[in-house]
Design a protein around this ligand. Structure first.
Ligand code: SAH
Length: 465
């Protein structure tokens, strides 16, 4: 048979009758497509499916009888806009299809495209937005997989945004008769903060943004403080991905790997703000000023941070500076290094047997190279320490923990490049870890875990020991 090609269209059914033949689960799947889209749905065949029975009982669907007889069908079909053959009986479905084809009634045979005059796509329904994915019937499983992938990219408030835009059409058409100016205003609205406001359900603010777009008022910038997670792009949140693809510019540092930068909008301006522990770092004040300057110039600035922006990322300071300067800020959390490294190394952060708490602590040394930490509370059993930035002062760190009461054989581990493809996990004790760091040439970023949870480590994925 010659391969069929299809035209995807969106069909109105609000004045139509439709017929589903069959009463099992396959028929129920098709019925679900029609419910809410077609007011007059009939079912023919013995009803075995609970959902269909419920719809019939509620009066939303008409049951035309148990028997699927040719005479009945011949009488029914001409009045139907669409017919679904969903009996689960291949031969019977084909007979139904032949009859429909001869009567020139649109017919879809479930899982059998050949005798069908139409097929149903995989649908993403965010009414009024609908996305249909069709493979011409070639690979329905692929269509469903694509649906999942596309669905992940769509913002949660998409329906709200589309309805908002629909509701504004009338006045905006009156206010601005020129189609081209109107279209540009809509484009600026969709690209700007207005769309985000409508997605969040803030219709008042969205309306103001739309009016600004229409009058050509300069676009208001803002800053998005976004956590990019520990490095594996699969650990980005949906919100992070969406903002990454909308930003005008991005400020990032060495914690953000290329695999994540690849997902930032291609024509966003990239500004590298530095390498820690080096002279080429843009100081924090400089970063704050840059963020403020760009936002005030109307840019939507993405401040992309490793892990979570509010955990040892100075995100708090940036937020304060921005808000004090009158800049709108949004904060998107990310998976912090401790969570990411624990999961990727197979080490739980708490455990009923041995760790009732987990302390996130920074090993960032003071200018004179010493650590200023509350050693008495850190050197305790029954808890896990997750030490960020603890690589350089490792010797001091382990010595202090032992001096304050933890035994030399107390478990300690370093997770290097956690969650990334070159991750290495080094398991040791407080006594042996400092030497190990040097011997194995462990480099940043690396997270240190201390505590008996390390004894509960299990090898997962394909990690090396
Ligand atoms: N805001 C970040 C932490 C920034 S401080 C977060 O929430 O994760 C930087 C320190 O985080 C590094 O020195 C290292 O200790 C840790 N870190 C960040 N990413 C890491 C990774 N992929 N693997 C191991 N440690 C990581």
């Amino acid at each position: 048979m010659k391969e069929a090609t299809y035209l995807p269209i969106a069909m109105r059914l609000d004045d139509a009758r439709t017929l589903v033949i069959g009463g099992g689960q396959v028929a129920a799947n098709k019925l679900r497509l029609l419910l809410g889209r077609c007011p007059d749905i009939a079912v023919l065949g013995q009803i075995d499916d609970h959902e269909i029975a419920q719809e019939v009982a509620s009066g939303r669907v008409t049951h035309l009888g148990d028997e699927i007889a040719p005479d009945t069908l011949a009488g029914l079909m001409p009045g139907m806009r669409l017919v679904f053959a969903a009996t689960g009986d291949f031969a019977l479905n084909r007979t139904i299809a032949a009859m429909a084809q001869s009567l020139r009634v649109a017919i879809c045979v479930v899982d059998d495209p050949e005798p069908s005059s139409f097929i149903t796509p995989a649908i993403i329904d965010r009414t009024p937005v609908q996305i249909a994915i069709s493979t011409n019937g070639a690979a329905p499983v692929l269509a469903r997989r694509l649906r999942t992938q596309i669905e992940a990219l769509l913002p949660d408030g998409l329906s709200r945004l589309a309805r908002f835009m629909q509701a504004q059409r009338a006045w905006i058409k009156q206010a601005q008769p020129d189609t081209q100016i109107r279209r540009r205003a809509w484009e600026n609205f969709v690209d700007g903060r207005g769309a985000e406001q409508a997605l969040q359900g803030d219709d008042m603010a969205a309306r103001q943004s739309l009016e600004d777009a229409l009058t050509g008022a300069p676009m208001q910038g803002e800053v998005w403080l976004v956590g990019a997670g520990p490095g594996d792009p699969d650990l980005l949140t949906l919100a992070a991905l969406r903002l990454m693809s909308n930003a005008d510019s991005v400020l990032y540092d060495q914690l953000i790997p290329p695999a994540i930068m690849d997902r930032v909008r291609r024509d966003a301006e990239r500004v590298f703000v530095g390498k820690k522990r080096s002279k080429h770092t843009l100081p924090q004040d400089g970063i704050n000023e840059e963020l403020i300057r760009r936002a005030k110039a109307g840019e939507r600035v993405l401040r992309l941070k490793g892990g979570d922006p509010f955990i040892f990322g100075r995100g708090g300071e940036e937020m304060e500076a921005l808000v004090d300067a009158g800049v709108t800020v949004r904060v998107i959390p990310g998976i912090t290094a401790a969570s990411g490294c624990g999961a990727a190394a197979g080490i739980p952060l708490t455990h009923r047997d041995c760790a009732q708490s987990c302390i996130f602590v920074t090993g960032h040394a003071r200018a004179d190279g010493t650590l200023n930490l509350d050693w008495t509370s850190l050197a305790k059993k029954g808890q896990t320490l997750a030490i960020y930035m603890g690589l350089a002062p490792m010797a001091d760190l382990c010595a202090q923990l032992m001096a304050h009461g933890l035994p030399p054989e107390w478990p300690a581990a370093v997770i290097e490049q956690g969650t990334r493809h070159d991750q290495r996990v080094h398991v040791a004790t407080l006594a042996t870890l400092p030497t190990l760091v040097i011997e194995r040439g462990i480099v940043s970023p690396a997270l240190t875990l201390v505590g008996e949870v390390i004894n509960h480590r299990r090898l997962i994925h394909h990690q090396e020991a």
